[in-house]
Design a protein around this ligand. Structure first.
Ligand code: NAP
Length: 250
């Protein structure tokens, strides 16, 4: 089996860093993509210190030219990517009547346009290889969440995007699946706690009380699921949305 090359967006920290590190531990070479290459240094260092191979890629996923350049650089440095994890994300929460056009466009731009651009840039390599794995980060917010019309629309859009990729690309040996995390303790949820004025510990405790397994999620919980979906043995799992939320969601 060839050594696979993956590209993980938003991999400087949080869930993306955990996924990049896990895929490297699984034996893949990893392109660690975030807004700047400098941002990616910690993740690359963690991977290489553990004996893995990684390269830092600076790109804004919503910018077509910089996405194409990042994929080309990865191809030159570590080989052609046949695994893509669309993880880069932002929140710009507000109630609808206060939601600005800028905040709507920014969120849709990173999550949906970004996933489209990066997947499109990589899919030719997957088709050449006759094998590929696409993993897209959705969210339980896809089911609706107060203050997140932009984010929930993007995360629901990711699910339709993923299912359509599975239909179009299956005949080339490519699977596409989405992971929909529940509450995961990262800078993103810490920023939400700060915005609404609640200490992060209290915010996590309140969330955990509502979760059947009685704890919040960790980036490693999502990395574990991504590892499975990327694995060689998961070739018959496609077009699925896996809720990783400590309990049932639908
Ligand atoms: P995070 O800690 O905020 O990390 C997001 C990463 O994405 C950051 O490194 C950020 O870079 C990068 N990024 C943002 N815009 C980008 C762009 N245009 N191009 C390239 N990189 C960009 O978030 P997280 O909590 O790990 O979330 C990761 C993914 O999981 C997101 O898609 C999020 O929506 C989803 N998710 C998270 C949760 C949760 O509870 N945390 C739940 C459900 C779904 P900077 O550091 O430069 O900002």
């Amino acid at each position: 089996m060839p050594q696979r090359v993956a590209i993980v967006s938003g991999a400087a920290r949080g869930i993306g860093a955990a996924i990049a590190t896990r895929l490297a531990a699984d034996g893949l070479r990893v392109g660690v993509l975030d807004l700047t290459a400098d941002h990616c240094a910690d993740t690359v260092r963690t991977i290489t210190a553990a004996g893995g191979q990684a390269v830092a890629l600076g790109a804004d996923v919503s910018d077509e030219a910089s996405v194409a350049a990042a994929v080309d650089l990865l191809d030159q440095e570590l080989g052609a990517p046949t695994v893509v994890v669309n993880n880069a994300g932002i929140t710009r929460d507000n109630l609808l009547f206060k939601m600005s056009v800028e905040d709507w466009d920014a969120v849709l731009g990173v999550h949906l346009r970004g996933a489209f651009l990066l997947t499109r840039a990589v899919q030719g390599h997957m088709i050449d290889a006759g094998w590929g794995r696409i993993v897209n980060l959705s969210s339980i917010s896809a089911l609706g969440n107060r203050g997140q019309t932009n984010y929930s629309a993007a995360k629901a859009g990711i699910q339709g995007f993923t299912k359509t990729l599975a239909i179009e690309l299956g005949k080339f040996g490519i699977t596409a699946n989405a992971i929909a995390p529940g509450f995961i303790a990262t800078d993103m949820t810490a920023a939400t706690a700060e915005r609404i004025g609640i200490p992060f510990e209290d915010y996590q405790a309140a969330a955990a009380a509502e979760i059947p397994v009685q704890r919040v999620g960790r980036p490693e919980d999502i990395a574990h699921t991504a590892s499975f979906l990327v694995s060689e043995g998961a070739g018959f799992v496609s077009g699925q949305v896996v809720y990783v939320a400590g309990g049932p969601k639908n």
